[in-house]
Structures are given as C-alpha cells and as structure tokens.
Design a binder for this molecule. Structure first.
Ligand code: ATP
Ligand code: MG
Length: 275
C-alpha cells in the first residue's frame, strides 16, 4: 500500500461516478473504490445522490436508519456535515440518500443556482472545516440519469469516472454522456475533467467481453483505465451482507481489481499533480 499524502490545501479530490445507463457498476465502483482508497490510509467520503440509496445500504446504512440524508442537505434543511456518518470501514464516511431525492428536479426548478447546491455544500464552513477540506477523496454515486442530481455532482466534482459495462451496447449512450460533460464544462464547471472510463463486468470466458474491451480502447484510448473489473459473484453478493466486497472477501478477483483501480487512480493523480 502506498503511503498517503496529506490532504491538499485545496481539499479533497471530488469524483462523480456517472453513467445514465442503469446497472453498469456505478454503485459497486463507488463503494469498493472508496474502500480501497480508505485502506490506503486516505480519508474518504461517499455521497449517495441516488434516490435508490444502494450505496447507503451497501455501506450498512439502511433506509430506516438514515436520520439525515443528502436530500435534506440539498433542500437546505440540514448541513451536509449534519448528515455525514461514519461507516464500518475505518476512514470511510457516508452521506446517505433517501427516496425524497427523486423529486429534486421538480422541487428545485425555480432556483437559478440549483445546479450548484452540492458544490456550495462542500464549501460551506461552519465552526468546522468545510467538508471538501476534511477528506482526501469524495466519491459521488450518481443515479442512472443525466438529471439535476448528476449535474450537481458534475458541478461539484473535479472529474468524472465512468463505469462502462463490457456488453454489446457499451458505447451506446456514451456520446450523450460526453455531451453533458461538455455542457457542464461550458456553463457550470470549466475545470471538470474525465478522469477515466473503467470497464466493468468483464468476463474473460466470453469473447464478446474482450471484443468490447478492445473496441472501447481503440475508440477512447488512454482515458480507459488499464484495470478491468471482472464479472465476479462476490462483488454482487457483498451488498446483501451490507459490506463492501473488499471487506466481505478481500481476496476475491473483484476486490483485487478495485485495489488495482485505486492504485491506478492514485498514480494518475500523481501524474496530474506533477504536470
Ligand atoms: P444503477 O444504475 O441502478 O444505480 P449501478 O450502475 O449503480 O446501477 P450496480 O448497482 O453497481 O450498478 O450493479 C448492478 C448489479 O450488478 C448489482 O446487482 C451488482 O451487485 C452487480 N455487479 C456490479 N458489478 C459487478 C461485477 N463486476 N460482477 C458481478 N456483478 C456485479
Ligand atoms: Mg447505483
């Protein structure tokens, strides 16, 4: 494991895990990548912005235990600090979601600053340090939609990480996603970058998987992480035990892949800092 750098004076690296396609591995990536980063000694926060609340449940915060939620923070009823809680994983905190988030698009429609709500919450200072300055990494789990919640995540983030499932239609919808990233760059967050695309549910016994992986690399080049997340049953079992796979079965192929992805992400961070 690498030794962590101190939190940078500008604060956490904020990554939005985005893909408007459902079931491609966003939440699995948010949970296990943040757990792998925390295992590296880094302080991490998962912000659950999906009304489904899968990242919250997967980190052992069940719907009836969520006293404060990201909805309440976005609605201005609570501060983000108020809704953050520790998880069972050392150094990993969570801002849990609730189903109320599903009304956010309509509810905030009259607010001209509605896309900046999450960003403002990260920078808000009370007697404590702003949330952004308390972590090394903040990972935002987005819903399967390019809606206001995802736009809030992209406005607050420095980069997006896109999980792409190794299936026939993998690239379908990607141009729409990249179009949204461009619009956010133009109108809301000029510094937003694409940190990388991670191929998920890779099945080495299936020729289609490797064809898709080759195709995606040919089309998109270096933006695709070299780490491949395999299709691995332990990754899909872990949430029903309310644990990250890295805790449930640290040695399984899926857990090891997320450790590799974290290492690759940290390596990219160093290269970007040096540039
Ligand atoms: P949604 O769009 O609904 O939020 P998502 O993109 O967050 O979905 P996940 O919830 O992470 O996707 O994954 C979808 C399903 O696939 C889950 O049941 C999950 O456990 C399973 N899964 C995710 N990644 C893998 C993998 N690499 N191998 C096997 N199963 C996986
Ligand atoms: Mg999800």
């Amino acid at each position: 494991m690498t030794s962590p750098d101190a939190i940078s004076p500008t604060g956490a690296r904020v990554l939005a895990i985005v893909n408007q396609k459902g079931g491609v591995g966003k939440t699995t990536t948010a949970i296990n990548l943040s757990t792998a980063l925390a295992a590296n000694g880094l302080r991490c926060l998962v912000i659950d912005l999906d009304p489904q609340g899968n990242a919250s449940t997967g980190l052992n915060c069940h719907a009836d235990e969520r006293d404060g939620t990201t909805y309440e923070a976005l609605a201005g009823e609570k501060t983000l600090q108020d809704v953050i809680r520790e998880t069972d994983v050392p150094r990993l905190d969570l801002a849990p979601a609730s189903i109320d988030l599903s009304g956010a698009d309509v509810e905030f429609v009259d607010d001209p600053t509605r896309a900046h709500r999450l960003k403002s919450m990260l920078d808000e200072a009370d007697e404590n340090l702003p949330v952004r300055k308390r972590y090394d990494f903040i990972i935002i789990d987005c819903p399967p939609s390019l809606n206001l919640l995802t736009v809030n995540a992209m406005t607050a983030a420095e980069a997006v990480l896109v999980p792409l499932q190794c299936e026939f239609f993998a690239l379908e919808g990607l141009s729409q996603l990249l179009g949204t990233v461009r619009r956010v760059q133009q109108n809301l967050n000029p510094d937003l970058r694409i940190d990388g695309i991670v191929l998920t549910m890779y099945d080495q016994r299936n020729r289609l998987s490797s064809q898709v992986a080759d195709d995606v690399r040919d089309n998109l080049g270096d933006v695709v992480y070299s780490t491949l997340i395999p299709r691995n049953v332990r990754l899909s079992e872990a949430p029903s035990h309310a644990m990250p796979a890295l805790v449930y079965d640290p040695k399984c192929a899926g857990s090891r892949a997320y450790v590799d992805l974290a290492a690759e992400l940290l390596q990219r961070t160093k290269t970007q800092k040096a540039a």
